[in-house]
Design a protein around this ligand. Structure first.
Ligand code: ARG
Length: 565
């Protein structure tokens, strides 16, 4: 809580006898800054005192006395409004940021609690496509945000490495596969084989049965089947890791769906013991009709277990292992129904913690321009998108700043940052319409714009050439833009928390855009380094605070902040 709110709560509590907790919940920020910085609505007191709220507000405003932190107290209608002391406000926020540096926004609220995040989770033997961008970058941002809020965070990559399709891939590989070709481009080769299988099965329906046989052998631990499957998995992971390295993303555990095989019987026994399972059309299901959900399929007639069974098992395993406070699934909204079924079955099994499982869903991503088509069919490869973005960034940098020293590194930071930001800045529930011109624009709501502003703030500090100090005249920061910037800076930690609560990195994105555009407006009007030493020193402290806050925000999103661009 800000020092100002604390002070206001103390004052009101002393005067009215209301509890501090209750008052804290009531204090709000007025819609119009002219009214004040904070407001206390008097409706609650009205019942207690049997007087009109307007009258209470008037009387209360008269009795409350201004303090060091609170400069002015007045009543407007049913509200008591508070104006904070500007210089004090500036001092508190700037000194704190100076202290915390680019860890500004940290909090202890998650201490002692664990959050498990299931994200990215691509399917082996399939190209790592743009369809997995959102889960990958949203999951990573949430990891960084919760870690900053003091939580223990476990990142899980629930690789899609099990299911009947692997019987098809194994069979296709045995019939038409070529080792050399496979080693050159493993995923593409496997995917081609998979596509070919589906073509040929039309002509020769017997293949379907044969593939099922291979999956059965895989499930039974047959050596040849397992050997091939392992090989496909290893090579797929190697390719996925290339993308994770580009994005600078890691995992704490990468068990994959197959990991849960050995616990599956136990899950089914448990569900049966609870009397939840029944046979329907030769399959084992949990009927969820009374919850308005389609039945949850546990086992098919050939005994093969299913995606949902594996998720139920994985959820229990995760709770046993991590005793999580929350277990998040960052997965597209196309799977909403699946997660509702899984969470419902867990609840029916008697797991109270089922309510702590959250499907963090998101919309589709579309490309406005044609992406180069790959031999992998119509799938747009994530790696291609990242490389193209780096290439475009390189061209722009070459144009804007040909002298730049580490151009290659900056092009990578900007190109990749642009893709991540374009994704995160879009609210989760909205679809993304990906447009290269917009994504890489240096003056739109983009990563390059934020990174460029950050580099400008760094350059100002280099130009100043002296250490920035907190011993300044805080009253000197008095223009409208400076005040607006101080307010945005002060609000940053609250925004970080809010982002965590809503699982919505877009809030941090828009806060960064606000910071940058307000600063750039200021910078257009005012010179920062001038003859006036006191004013310059004050503005430089503000510059420094902005720079580290922007760096902090970008790092929460998983985006780099180069010092020169
Ligand atoms: N492999 C799945 C897919 O690509 C996503 C898995 C998400 N996580 C989970 N626990 N179901 O669609």
């Amino acid at each position: 809580m800000s020092k100002f709110v604390e002070e206001i709560v103390g004052l009101i509590s002393k005067e009215t006898g209301l509890s501090k907790v209750e008052i804290t919940g009531l204090v709000e920020v007025p819609p119009d800054q002219k009214l004040g910085d904070y407001a206390f609505p008097c409706f609650v007191l009205s019942k207690k005192l049997k007087k009109a709220p307007n009258q209470i507000a008037g009387e209360l405003a008269l009795r409350l006395k201004a303090t060091d932190l609170i400069e002015e107290i007045s009543a407007v209608g049913p509200y008591v409004n508070f104006r904070v002391d500007r210089a004090k406000q500036a001092e508190l926020v700037l000194a704190r940021i100076f202290d915390e540096g680019d860890r500004y926004g940290s909090d202890e609220c998650g201490k002692g609690k664990t959050i498990v995040i299931d994200f990215s989770s691509p399917n082996i033997a399939k190209p790592f496509g743009i369809g997995h961008l959102r889960t990958t970058v949203i999951g990573n941002a949430l990891f960084r945000i919760f870690r900053r809020l003091g939580y223990e965070v476990v990142r899980i990559n629930h690789l899609g490495d099990w299911g009947t399709q692997f019987g098809k891939v194994i069979l296709a590989y045995k019939m038409w596969g070529d080792e050399e070709e496979f080693l050159k481009d493993p995923i593409a080769t496997l995917y081609d084989l998979y596509v070919r299988f589906h073509r040929e099965v039309d002509e020769e329906p017997g293949l379907e049965e044969e593939a099922r046989g291979w999956f059965k052998r895989l499930e039974d631990g047959d050596e040849e089947a397992t050997g091939l499957w392992k090989k496909f998995r290893d090579y797929s992971l190697r390719e996925f890791n290339r993308v994770y390295e580009m994005l600078d993303i890691g995992f704490d555990s990468c068990p994959g769906e197959s990991f849960y095989n050995e616990f599956m019987d136990q899950t089914i026994e448990q569900i049966e013991a609870k009397g939840l399972a029944e046979i329907s059309q030769d399959a084992l299901i949990v009927d969820l009709e009374q919850y308005d959900l389609p039945p949850c399929l546990l086992k098919k007639k050939d005994e093969a277990t299913l995606y949902a069974t594996r998720d139920i098992t994985a959820a229990i395993y995760r709770h046993d292992t991590y005793e999580f406070h929350k277990s998040l699934y960052v997965v597209g909204s196309a799977q909403s129904l699946h997660f509702r079924q899984v969470f419902k079955v867990l609840e029916l099994m008697g797991y109270k913690w089922a309510k702590d499982c959250v499907h963090v869903d998101f919309g589709w991503i579309k490309f406005r321009q044609e992406m180069m088509s790959t031999r992998k069919g119509n799938i747009v490869l994530l790696e291609d998108v990242l490389n193209k973005s780096i290439q475009l960034a390189r061209t722009i940098i070459e144009e804007k700043n040909p002298e730049l020293e580490n151009k290659e590194e900056v092009a990578k930071d900007v190109g990749i940052g642009a893709v991540i930001f374009a994704d995160l800045a879009t609210r989760r529930n909205k679809d993304i319409d990906f447009d290269w011109d917009q994504v890489l624009s240096f003056d739109g709501e983009t990563a390059p714009y934020v990174q460029y502003t950050h580099a400008r703030l760094c350059s100002l500090q280099r130009k100043y050439g002296r250490p920035v100090s907190i011993k300044i005249d805080y009253g000197a920061l008095s223009t409208d833009e400076e005040r607006a910037l101080l307010k945005l800076l002060e609000d940053f930690p609250r925004k970080v928390k809010f982002t965590g609560e809503a699982y919505e990195p877009a809030f941090i994105c828009s806060h960064l855009i606000d910071l940058c555009s307000t600063f750039n407006r200021f910078y257009q009007k005012q010179r920062i380094i001038t003859e006036d030493e006191d004013q310059t020193a004050a503005r430089m402290l503000l510059v420094r605070a902005l720079q580290v806050t922007i760096k902090s925000g970008l790092s929460l999103l998983g985006i780099k902040a180069p010092e020169r661009m």
